[in-house]
Design a protein. Structure first.
Length: 356
């Protein structure tokens, strides 16, 4: 999933403070208070958890800016950006409450599924520790961070559905699934990669004559190290995720078991033979996250316009230690004092004696 609103590159982060939290407000927004203790606790959880940092990175946040100058500190820019996210989230939830569309258990459940889909890379391996992704990654996040990720995504989706009049009921999703069945198929392929057209043509001749098999040729000759040992087999992928036009053209019109003519992929400078092993439908339960994303993405322009109005009209106050509020840019970190106003290291040294 991709973030739906203007806050796409901000990571969702907050804590649920107890009723007796008397720490001063870090910010107030939408009639709610974000306490300093809440913010501090969540910043600590993020800075100490590699999975949470990986999630932020996958969502576009600049995790290189997390560490502060001192031990056990975070940078002012990171603290300000996370507080900005909290402010935006509270504004969305307040607006949903005003419209009579608060979050429900069902919307939170759907958002967890969508978050897992968002955290499942489709074209590359997961950058997280041990390659963890999807629901397993969601389960390994710090509790408060995970909860807020889910709540924030649910709020975004609920706002988009409300503003765009999008029906996200099970009946509507299933109707879309059935009427767009070609979009919800997985394609299973095998490939053989070689360095010349003549070698590819020779291999194809051996296979079609029955002198050899696709799997044996892949194991013996393919330079695609990710698939050769498996007889050329590539993990099945949704058809919508095949973006390479060379592959798309090569398998167009093939029936299961058929092999393409040699095709040249200019980026890798390799010749391919591609076998279509089969096509199979993506189960509805798996496709739901993609369907919700497609339906909600269709109203992005409407949502962005209304969201901009919401933010501009919002009453937000921020503790100056964390920066200043800007409807266009969120919370901007405080400006450090000019270098000329800072004490130099020499100023901390004892003055030399007159006779020294």
């Amino acid at each position: 999933m991709k973030r739906l609103l203007l806050v796409a590159v901000l990571a969702a982060l907050a804590g649920s403070g107890s009723a007796c939290d008397l720490s001063p407000p870090a910010a107030t927004a939408g009639g709610a208070t974000i306490t300093t203790a809440q913010l501090d606790a969540q910043l600590s959880a993020i800075s100490e958890n590699s999975y949470a940092q990986c999630v932020l990175d996958m969502q576009g946040a600049d995790v290189s800016s997390i560490a502060g100058a001192g031990q056990y500190t975070v940078s002012s820019s990171f603290a300000s950006s996370e507080l900005s996210t909290l402010v935006l989230e509270h504004l969305i939830e307040a607006d949903l409450a005003r419209r009579g569309h608060p979050l429900t258990a069902a919307s939170l459940s759907d958002a967890r599924v969508d978050l897992a889909a968002e955290l499942t890379p489709t074209t590359t391996a997961s950058p997280c520790p041990n390659g963890v992704e999807g629901e397993e990654l969601v389960a390994r996040l710090p509790g408060a961070f995970r909860t807020q990720q889910i709540e924030y995504l649910a709020a975004e989706e609920q706002l988009a559905a409300t503003l765009g009049h999008v029906d996200l009921s099970q009946g509507a999703l299933r109707a879309y699934y059935q009427s767009h069945s070609s979009q919800f198929q997985e394609v299973c392929l095998s490939d053989i990669a070689v360095e010349s057209q003549s070698q590819a043509q020779s291999i194809l001749g051996s296979i079609t004559s029955g002198a050899s098999t696709f799997a044996s040729e892949a194991e013996q000759n393919s330079i695609d190290t990710s698939s050769a040992a498996n007889g050329g087999q590539i993990p099945c992928v949704p058809v919508t995720e095949i973006t390479n036009q060379v592959i798309t053209n090569a398998i167009a019109g093939l029936s299961p078991g058929q092999i393409s003519q040699p095709v040249y992929e200019s980026d890798s400078q390799v010749w391919f033979l591609i076998e279509l092993d089969g096509r199979q439908p993506v189960p509805f339960s798996t496709a739901q996250a993609q369907i919700r994303e497609q339906l909600l993405s269709a109203v992005n322009t409407t949502v962005a316009t209304e969201f901009s109005k919401l933010v501009k009209a919002a009453k937000v106050s921020v503790d100056p230690r964390f920066g200043t509020w800007s409807p266009a840019q969120g919370i901007q970190p405080p400006t450090p004092p000019p270098a000329k106003d800072l004490l130099s290291s020499a100023a901390d040294q004892p003055a030399a004696s007159a006779g020294g």
